[in-house]
Design a protein around this ligand. Structure first.
Ligand SMILES: [Zn+2]
Ligand SMILES: [Zn+2]
Length: 281
């Protein structure tokens, strides 16, 4: 069984917890360390049980606290025994993302002690969780999505992508819980106050998924009979979306396609700055 909890989701900071009874992982560290600690405490997760952090890409809403988290005042590490130094917290990202992170001002010239490299389409195990990295389409050097598998359950996290590729579709198809970006309502974004270049960026192939695109994917999976049991809408924009709007857009599309929320799938919203419920799949 896998458990999932969002400590925060959206452009002001992202951090998710994925765990089994034995292994806990964090996806991204885009919120203050204090809030990560609060999330761990709220979910009854001991700091020293966090076995790794997985970074999706170098945007600050995903990496803000990665240095603090992995540093000497960061998360407690399991005792090494016999007076040995505890191992630094493993932090995974692909090589391109590491290079980008290490060129950013707060990190320039320094290396995260537990720096580990992972590669696209090369699954790896952390404890009893298999991590499957895949490509996202985003304006970062090499944005990486992750799917997590343990004991026959799968959680797939898809945020920060401008389009749904076949590879993303495949990971979504097999999921019990799909954490899916519903960043903006296209109408709200178009008439909103964002500058033109930013609107173009968000709407582009390397931007963010709209409520409509998220709904389209879910309907496609429902028609195929491969829909996840639960969809958690994530990375909602503060300016260009409302939780009710994201939910209703999906509900309308699902109903129009002849399906029903509650009967054919569950839909939840990850509220931006709030620790979510714990999803068990
Ligand atoms: Zn983001
Ligand atoms: Zn991003």
């Amino acid at each position: 069984m896998l458990r999932f909890c969002s400590f925060s989701s959206g452009s002001s900071g992202n951090c998710y917890l994925i765990r089994t009874d034995r292994t806990a992982l964090l996806v991204d560290a885009g919120i203050p360390l204090k809030r990560i600690r609060e999330g761990l405490a709220a979910t009854g997760t001991a700091e020293e049980s966090v076995a790794a952090v997985l970074i999706t890409h170098e945007h600050s809403d995903h990496i803000r606290s990665v240095g603090a988290l992995a540093g000497p005042r960061g998360l407690k590490r399991p005792d090494a025994g016999e007076g040995g130094e505890p191992e630094p917290l493993p932090v995974y990202a692909n090589e391109e993302t590491w290079e980008a992170i290490e060129h950013l001002p707060p990190f320039a010239g320094s290396r995260i002690p537990g720096r580990r490299t992972c590669r696209f389409s090369e699954p790896f195990a952390v404890g009893d969780i298999t991590v499957e990295p895949f490509h996202l389409s985003h304006d970062a050097v090499a944005a990486m999505g992750y799917s997590f598998v343990s004991g026959g359950s799968r959680v797939t996290v898809v945020t920060d992508t401008g389009v749904i590729t076949d590879e993303i579709r495949e990971k979504a198809r097999q999921a019990d819980l799909l954490v899916l970006e519903a960043n903006h309502d296209v109408g709200m974004l178009r008439i909103g106050s964002y500058p033109w270049f930013l609107k173009q960026r968000i709407l582009g192939c390397y931007g963010h998924l709209s409520n409509d695109t998220a709904a389209e994917l879910v309907c496609e999976l429902l028609r195929e009979g491969t829909a996840p049991k639960t969809v958690a809408l994530a990375h909602l924009s503060k300016q260009n979306n409302f939780p009710e709007m994201a939910w209703q857009t999906l509900a309308n599309a699902v109903e129009e396609a002849g399906f029903r929320i509650g009967r054919d799938l569950e839909v939840k919203i990850l509220v931006r700055d709030t620790i979510s419920e714990v999803f068990c799949v």
